[in-house]
Design a protein. Structure first.
Ligand code: FAD
Length: 431
């Protein structure tokens, strides 16, 4: 039985683990339909199919030019493994998601973004080239100059164009492994939006929202900024982790415990503004210190709802969404607000210029009714839902939110991918 990170749904599936090009070809020829799988950190059903091809044994580094910060690796190498090689040499990932336990291939296929999207854009902005295995087993190189349509469809294409086997990434020079972090308390949504605007030039920004605060405190947040420090050297973090050993009873999570946690989190900082010198690990990957934290949501699992609204919808749209969630008394331990820069050229990449909100919800009756209502608000404001977190978006909503889906499908057909690469998600979305 296998699932995405949200542990919903669990399905019976065959997982093939090829290690050589021949084995990949054999795996492809044996399956009518299949989908690539990395480390399974996508929350929903984008990496789920009855037949899956794991890329985890394609985990070799190919080349590292430590002078110019250019790294080539196979697609199953994780960001965690990459950091172990590059940090001691003074380099960092130009874009990183909130967990380092994702593969290079998964980061490309979801075109992940981080706390610097407003400045640097998505992961694919730093990908120079990719090698794909197409549905017939042939290899195809692509980049912005070579097969550009395939490149732009693959970055953010959720594994639906082919198997990404390897790629080349341009890294970011850093002056130390430490971050100068500033935390500012924002009393409500208006205040946190002003902070994002005032700090638009900061390298990293994010806000942790208390999604159950109401009335005048609707949207109260801890707003966090970060800049790479000049001091502290290039130490890697210790490999010590806590683990959630068992699936916890879902009843531990209810509107009271979530409200209490959120209030505690907001008030844990006494001062209005706090400056700290922190290692990059707690700054970028706070959740990675607790392994299997997804078990906290109980047997039925959970889902993350992440949407982005364009700048024009701004405060008004975000207030409408937050009010709906507050009223429902559901919601998440930590909800995250980020600022996004302009959209890139990829057909299905998620970010558009504006604000993105992400919240976790445990799976329970009528949750999807609430999420459907949120979809309508998001679509009304011309925003979209992030596919790598999704497990239930309807085909009609997807096609409204991602108007370039037809172009994407045409590329899928041109490369024969529609005959081979299918996930539960792609079938649900009509791709
Ligand atoms: C705690 C946590 C924090 C996160 N924070 C962020 C964040 O800040 N920003 C963000 O953008 N995302 C974030 N994510 C989501 C995560 O970065 C993406 O879901 C990522 O794609 C997962 O990579 P993976 O290797 O686990 O891929 P999987 O989950 O296994 O697969 C994800 C998708 O990529 C495809 N895929 C994987 N490998 C390949 C390959 N080699 N070739 C072709 N297709 C492939 C799969 O088919 C699937 O469609 C977060 C996830 C977690 C659990």
């Amino acid at each position: 039985m296998v699932s995405g990170w949200g542990r919903y749904p669990f399905i019976e599936a065959t997982m093939l683990n090829p290690a050589s090009l021949d084995e990949f070809r054999q795996a492809l020829s044996r399956q009518k339909h299949c989908i690539a799988r990395g480390l399974g950190r996508s929350y929903g059903d984008s990496a789920l199919a009855n037949e899956m091809i794991s890329l985890r044994r394609m985990d070799h580094f190919i080349a590292f030019d430590a002078k110019n910060g250019i790294l080539s690796c196979e697609a199953g190498v994780s960001l965690s493994d990459i950091l172990k090689v590059i940090v001691p040499q003074g380099w960092f990932l130009p874009v990183t998601p909130g967990t380092k336990y994702v593969t290079f291939g998964g980061a490309v296929a979801s075109d992940v973004h981080g706390k610097n999207h407003h400045i640097e854009g998505c992961f694919s902005e730093f990908v120079q080239s990719l090698t794909l295995m197409l549905s017939d087993g042939s290899l195809c190189e692509c980049s912005r100059d070579n097969n550009p349509a395939l490149f732009h469809a693959t970055c953010g294409g959720m594994g639906l164009t082919g198997l990404i086997l390897r790629g080349t990434l341009v890294l970011k020079k850093m002056s130390s492994a430490y971050i100068h972090q500033v935390m500012i308390k924002a009393d409500n949504l208006d205040a946190v939006f002003s902070l994002f605007e005032q700090n638009a030039a900061s390298t990293y920004s994010v806000a942790w929202i208390d999604c159950l605060a109401k009335g005048k405190t609707l949207g109260r947040s801890l707003f966090m900024l970060g800049e790479h420090s000049q001091e502290g050297g290039y130490l890697l973090p210790p490999e010590k982790h806590l683990t959630v050993p068992l699936v916890m009873p879902a009843t531990l999570l209810n509107s009271y415990s979530i409200a209490a946690f959120n209030a505690l989190y907001f008030h844990r900082q006494r001062q209005k503004e706090q400056h700290r010198f922190v290692h990059y690990h707690p700054f970028f990957y706070p959740l990675d210190s607790l392994l299997h934290w997804n078990r906290l949501y109980g047997k039925k699992g959970f889902t993350q709802y992440q949407c982005v609204l364009p700048k024009a919808a701004g405060l008004l749209g975000m207030k409408e969404i937050l009010k709906k969630i507050t009223l429902s008394r559901r919601g998440s331990f930590l909800s995250v607000l980020k600022s996004c820069g302009p959209h890139n050229q990829n057909h299905l990449s998620f970010p558009i210029e504006g604000y993105s909100l992400a919240l976790d919800f445990k799976i329970e009756p009528e949750l999807f009714d609430l999420l459907n209502e949120l979809d309508s608000i998001v679509a009304e404001y011309q925003g979209r839902v992030y596919l790598t977190k999704d497990v239930r978006l309807s085909e009609a909503m997807f096609k409204r939110m991602y108007p370039r889906w037809e172009e994407f499908l045409a590329i899928r057909i041109r490369y024969g991918a529609d005959q081979k690469f299918h996930s539960y998600q792609s079938d649900r979305l009509g791709l």
